[in-house]
Design a protein around this ligand. Structure first.
Ligand SMILES: NC(=O)C1=CN([C@@H]2O[C@H](COP(=O)(O)OP(=O)(O)OC[C@H]3O[C@@H](n4cnc5c(N)ncnc54)[C@H](O)[C@@H]3O)[C@@H](O)[C@H]2O)[C@@H](O)CC1
Ligand SMILES: [K+]
Length: 477
């Protein structure tokens, strides 16, 4: 699991190391970590390779200059472009000059050509103290860097990203690799500008800083192995999780099949389908037990309601029934539209585990007063006000529990933005809810599995939401 921290927490963690090791040591370690990644990213003979280091006025620029000095020692041709020559980190600049690095002011002639012809660009414009949007000349340098074919390496954070929220306002350095120090900043989980994320402790340890807590997490494969062990010899269909699906309507029979498939392929428990599309569901999933209505379905340990359900009176009746049940309920798609029209339904579930899985348009319908610009804050405030766990879909899906526990999903590809993909996700999360995972765990693990299935389907050259089914299981060792 990746733990991420607010910028304020990072500063507290950093302070402990600063007091112990001193700033010069931390900067040297940071610079070494950055230089190493530039070398990794530039295969082949190194002497003469052209590196441009973009240098802002703070310590982030200092790290970048010291990394540039190390690269000079390896024989690379390094030019530092200074955005504020009179406020540049003096010690780092002196070291860079001592290694015969070339120094230019950002407004010098030839900077644009250097950037476009570089083999690697190191972004040391702004780090932890960044307050986007980037001001001139940083904005223009970042735009030029993004147009270059060079490998882009960000120091601590891609400039243009808000460290706390991951939001972007204006140009942002589109990093291939981000080398971050001490601990991951929350914004790095949310942004898609960071590329490959490498966290070098440089001697910092969150455990050293009293009172510092994790702000958000991102799951990794190991978490899934821990949370979802394979079935044991004493397991039966009940211990594997028994999920009920209320989905599909005459207009959208496919949603019932897609959603049920997500559940069938996620856990080895049992899936019940309750609704009018039992014929279509059973034709594809013979292992499912189908009934006409949820009240006649028999025992379930969690319900999923909404995909393709429609928004007519019948759909409303089904939603009312399911929300009246005591087991965990996941509300998706058309059922979210109905919830937006009848907020009382959710209020009536106080204390019973509920998961909402809106995309941004659905979210805006249910929570019209919440600003979506900061997706992390939006999901958190929706969870706090509704009492439900909220999974806000997006390129980086965010899951927030009512108590503020937050996960950001880092698996997946844009391939997942296809029709029916969300129906599969609901089925996946429903089956995880039925195994007894906490709602935020089920939602976060479901988003991870779904994203990973998207990556694997894409790698196999397959498209269409039903392709996800075959890739939800544990990858073969
Ligand atoms: N404190 C320490 O001892 C260490 C700090 N480290 C580095 O230091 C960085 C933080 O350094 P600083 O606090 O000096 O600040 P930064 O280097 O992040 O930012 C420098 C300055 O940029 C300006 N700025 C902010 N937003 C801007 C915008 N949108 N447009 C234009 N200018 C903007 C501000 O005046 C800010 O003070 C970390 O990200 C990391 O790279 C590392 O060297 C590890 C040790
Ligand atoms: K940076």
């Amino acid at each position: 699991m990746i733990h991420a921290y607010t910028a304020e927490s990072i500063r507290s963690i950093e302070q402990v190391s600063l007091d112990r090791d001193g700033q010069a040591t931390l900067m040297r370690r940071a610079a070494a970590a950055v230089a190493e990644q530039v070398l990794v990213a530039l295969p082949g003979p190194l002497p003469g390779r052209r590196v441009v280091v973009l240098v802002g006025p703070g310590n982030n620029g200092g790290d970048a200059l010291l990394a540039g000095a190390l690269l000079r020692r390896r024989g690379l041709a390094v030019t530092a472009v200074l955005t504020a020559p009179d406020r540049t980190h003096a010690v780092a600049l002196a070291e860079f000059r001592r290694r015969a690095g070339r120094v230019l002011a950002a407004d010098s002639r030839g900077v644009a050509g250097l950037i476009s012809g570089a083999d690697a660009i190191v972004d040391g414009l702004v780090g932890l103290s960044a307050r986007p949007p980037l001001r001139s000349p940083m904005d223009a340098l970042v735009t030029a860097a993004n147009e270059s074919a060079a490998v882009r390496v960000a120091v601590d954070l891609p400039s243009g990203v808000d460290p706390a929220t991951g939001t972007v306002d204006g140009p942002v350095f589109a990093a291939d690799v981000t080398v971050t120090f001490g601990a991951v900043k929350t914004g790095l989980l949310v942004t898609d500008a960071a590329g490959q994320l490498i966290c070098d402790p440089i001697g910092m340890d969150p455990a050293d800083a009293p009172g510092v807590g994790v702000d958000a997490v991102a799951l990794t494969e190991g978490d899934l192995d821990r949370w979802l062990p394979g079935p044991g010899t004493t397991d039966d269909k009940y211990s594997g999780g028994l999920v009920g699906i209320v989905a599909g309507s005459p207009g959208y029979p496919g949603a019932a099949v897609l959603c049920t498939g997500g559940a069938v392929r996620t856990r080895p428990g049992m899936v019940r389908y309750a609704g009018a599309q039992g014929g279509a569901v059973l034709a594809r999933w013979p292992e499912v037990v189908a009934s006409e209505t949820p009240d006649g379905a028999g025992r379930v340990q969690a319900w999923v309601v909404g995909p393709g359900l429609g928004t007519d009176d019948r759909a409303m009746e089904l939603l009312r029934f399911v929300l009246g049940e005591d087991v965990p309920v996941l509300v998706d798609a058309d059922a979210l539209t109905l919830l937006a029209q009848h907020p009382d339904l959710l209020a009536g579930r106080a204390g019973r585990p509920t998961v909402l899985t809106p995309h941004e348009r659905e979210f805006a319908r249910i929570f019209p007063e919440i600003d979506l610009a900061d997706r992390l804050r939006a999901a958190r405030s929706a969870a706090a006000t509704s009492g439900a766990t909220v999974l806000l879909k997006g390129h980086r899906t965010v899951v927030a529990a009512p108590d503020g526990t937050t996960a950001v999903n880092r698996s997946g590809s844009s391939w997942l933005a296809s029709a029916g993909s969300g129906d599969v996700l609901s089925g996946v999360i429903g089956s995880l809810l039925a195994t007894g995972l906490e709602p935020w765990q089920a939602a976060a693990a479901g988003a991870f599995l779904h994203g990973r299935a998207g990556e694997r389907a894409q790698a196999a050259g397959l498209a269409g939401a039903s392709a996800l089914w075959d890739f939800l299981g544990r990858p073969a060792a």
